[in-house]
Design a protein around this ligand. Structure first.
Ligand code: GLU
Length: 449
């Protein structure tokens, strides 16, 4: 490994040992780009890598809100404006009890390169709170969102920083936050958020975009290997927004998603989550707030496997679509033993680094990285920003076609970047190299800061 790259990784490890997820994300990206740093000694001269691992700025703030019984609660809010060299900071907000600075920074760091890969003018950012939306009433959610926005509104804007959803933040939360932003600012400025409702400037296909994009990307991988998406059997985790988009598109493309998972275990549906009724039921399950995937098994009479993950199922394609570090070494070994040929990450950093490196070593397996595969979500967010700037509304067909083109291009530039460095069909390294290149160029051009 390049000595400068090594020193930066050591530096991050020493400084941020209390943020293991962030260290993991940095190590994964920097390891991949080492051959590019070999070729560009000027990066070290301006200390580009120590700059790129340090957020431009990061806010933490107090969020106090009142529950339905009149009791007050205090949560921590975060917003990390990681890198603005390509455009306004862009990235979602995650509301989940395990959120702390390390999670926000890992997500923000990944977002920089993901957003670069989309080819759109967006920088990288991320935010959230340790607020747990599970079991909260609508009024409690609204009061929390309003309080969160009251603290943050002065630091964001359509040309400054554009938040969106992530885990625990969907259309309802975006609506409450945008409403509070508008009230405080006294301007319309709806380009300040993406993932908005259609009635106030949201984009068609945005809710589906991450899942649809992942399926378009998978289609490209299969094409490269001379295979067809039709008839492929897929195991996914999660039953949230991303999983829903995957199931919808899989249905259209003739592929079959046979598993969904939740904190309680996973379901196996041999017929596939392949009818309108089943796909719509996923929305119902999510909106119920019960957070139990067993409900699906009960409703459709399929197998439920408690307290386990779907990674030992023999399928054609594995797509972890729930959350970080879902697949560790133990699961990776099962995946290899089952002779799985396609390991397509969808959730942000769903694989531990040891498992990821192990899977990438397998001769007969294609590994595709989340920051490329799930980029369709933020990609369509960026199309939503474009529509808001134009004050126009694009048709479903137009957005879907732009998304498809974007995903084809992300696969292509990743493939080409890996080839340029003699790495073969290495989509993980290729995505990091291609994503990093543009950010590095922009940072170099904008001088030292
Ligand atoms: N949270 C999503 C992501 O991880 C979407 C972000 C956005 O649309 O800004 O990319």
């Amino acid at each position: 490994m390049n000595a400068y790259v090594k020193s930066v990784i050591e530096n991050v490890k020493a400084k941020h040992s209390n943020e293991p997820e962030f260290v993991q994300a940095v190590e994964e990206v920097l390891t991949s780009i080492s051959p590019m740093v070999d070729k560009h000694p000027e990066y070290e001269k301006v200390d580009l890598l120590n700059r790129i691992v340090e957020p431009e700025r990061m806010f933490t703030f107090r969020v106090v809100w009142m529950d339905d019984n009149g009791n007050h609660h205090t949560n921590i809010g975060y917003r990390c404006q990681f890198n603005g060299s390509l455009g306004p900071y862009k990235g979602g907000l995650r509301f989940q009890s395990n959120v702390y600075a390390g999670i926000i920074k890992f997500l923000g760091f990944e977002q920089i390169f993901k957003n670069s890969l989309t080819g759109m003018p967006i920088g990288g950012g991320k935010g959230g709170s340790d607020f747990d939306p599970a079991g909260k009433s609508d009024g409690e959610i609204m009061r929390f969102c309003q309080s969160y926005m009251t603290a943050l509104y002065r630091y964001i804007g359509p040309d400054v920083d554009v938040p969106a959803g992530d885990m625990g933040v969907g259309g309802r939360e975006i609506g409450y936050m945008y409403g509070q932003y508008r009230r405080l600012k006294g301007t319309w400025e709806n380009g300040v958020f993406t993932g908005k409702g259609l009635s106030y400037g949201g984009s068609l296909i945005r809710p589906e975009a991450t899942g649809y994009g992942a399926m378009y990307y998978l289609t490209e991988v299969l094409k490269h290997k001379g295979e067809d998406i039709k008839g492929k059997i897929i195991a996914i985790s999660g039953f949230g927004n991303v999983a829903w988009g995957i199931c919808k598109k899989a249905m259209q493309l003739g592929a079959k998603v046979v598993t969904l998972s939740g904190p309680d275990g996973y379901i196996y549906d041999p017929e596939g989550v392949s009818t309108e009724e089943k796909v719509n039921y996923m929305l119902e399950m999510r909106n119920s707030g019960r957070n139990k995937v067993k409900d699906y098994a009960d409703k459709f009479g399929v197998k439920f496997i408690p307290n386990s993950k779907p990674w030992s199922e023999k399928v054609d394609v594995i797509m972890p679509s729930a959350m970080q570090n879902d697949v560790n070494m133990e699961w990776a070994k099962k995946i290899v033993d089952n002779g799985i040929k396609y390991y397509i990450e969808v959730a942000n950093m769903p694989t531990t680094n040891d498992a990821l490196f192990y899977l990438m070593e397998q001769k007969n397996m294609v590994v595709a990285p989340a920051k490329a595969v799930n980029a369709g979500g933020v990609g369509v967010s960026s199309l939503e920003m474009a529509q808001n700037s134009q004050r126009l509304v694009w048709t479903e067909e137009k957005v879907d076609e732009e998304l498809r083109r974007m995903m084809i291009n992300i696969h292509k530039v990743s493939k080409e970047a890996a080839e340029e460095y003699g790495l073969g069909y290495n989509l993980v390294a290729g995505a990091n190299l291609a994503g990093f290149k543009k950010v590095a160029e922009a940072m170099m051009a904008q001088g030292v800061f």
